[in-house]
Write a protein that binds this ligand. Structure first.
Ligand code: SAM
Length: 218
């Protein structure tokens, strides 16, 4: 899948249009929009599907999984309020597109995927593109305790509930962003760790994700 890295006026133009579309849909964080404008999303697609890459749609990436819709990626990223140097845990590496957006924002990213094929592909594709993250293979529904705490945790698959174990892996002041619901639809939830034992939860818009599968999930 490590294809030629061609990114010229056609792709860059399509990316600009995508950024405008996301602005129209309500994404307002300039840094997030800039990151979307920078990451060549078509590199995550087979060359025969390149024209799909800058549509605001999710797309199959194999193993029954999807690369998230750009709007969803931008929406979740905005909620994380990434600051340069933030230590971020991403649960559900998938294609690695969201990982690249976090890296563009200056985060140090720990990312975990439970599907071996996707994991094997992404650990090759991202370095090939010049992106460096810490990749893990396994069940991320339990987080990754060895590297905790994290300033931010993002879950990119739909969970039946907020795994309490993830809350414990946040720094005080840290934020968890996670879609929670049933198989058909989930509400985006943010949880802020206010102090050692206090958390503030906000329930936001409805989305549809592939399921988070694991010990603390489906
Ligand atoms: N961030 C991804 C992207 O930009 O392409 C989104 C990928 S997809 C919507 C969600 C991913 O979560 C899938 O690749 C799926 O295999 C993975 N996943 C589901 N349950 C998981 C778990 N318990 N631990 C790690 N990854 C999981």
């Amino acid at each position: 899948m490590a294809h030629k890295l061609i990114d010229n006026y056609r792709e860059r133009g399509a990316r600009k249009k995508l950024v405008e579309k996301l602005k129209d849909k309500g994404i307002s964080d300039e840094k997030v929009l800039k990151a979307i404008g920078k990451v060549p999303r078509h590199y995550f697609f087979d060359e025969t599907f390149w024209e799909q890459a800058y549509k605001d749609i999710a797309f199959p990436i194999g193993n029954g999984q999807t690369i998230s819709q750009p709007y969803t990626v931008a929406y979740q990223t905005e909620l994380l309020h990434i600051r340069k140097g933030d230590k971020v845990l991403e649960i559900g590496t998938g294609s690695g597109y969201q990982t690249c957006i976090l890296l563009e924002l200056g985060a140090k990213v720990f990312t975990i995927e439970r599907q071996e094929n996707l994991y094997n592909r992404t650990i090759q594709v991202l370095p090939h593109m010049g992106y460096k993250a810490e990749f893990f293979f396994g069940d991320g529904s339990k987080g990754i305790d060895e590297h905790a705490p994290y300033d931010k945790i993002i879950v990119t698959a739909g969970a039946p509930l907020v795994p309490q174990i993830l809350l414990k892996q946040l720094t005080v002041g840290g934020i968890l962003v996670i879609p929670v619901g049933d198989e058909k639809s989930q509400k985006m939830i943010t949880v802020l760790r206010v102090s050692e034992n206090d958390y503030e939860k906000i329930v936001l818009d409805t989305f549809r994700f592939v399921p988070l599968v694991g010990e603390q999930a489906w």
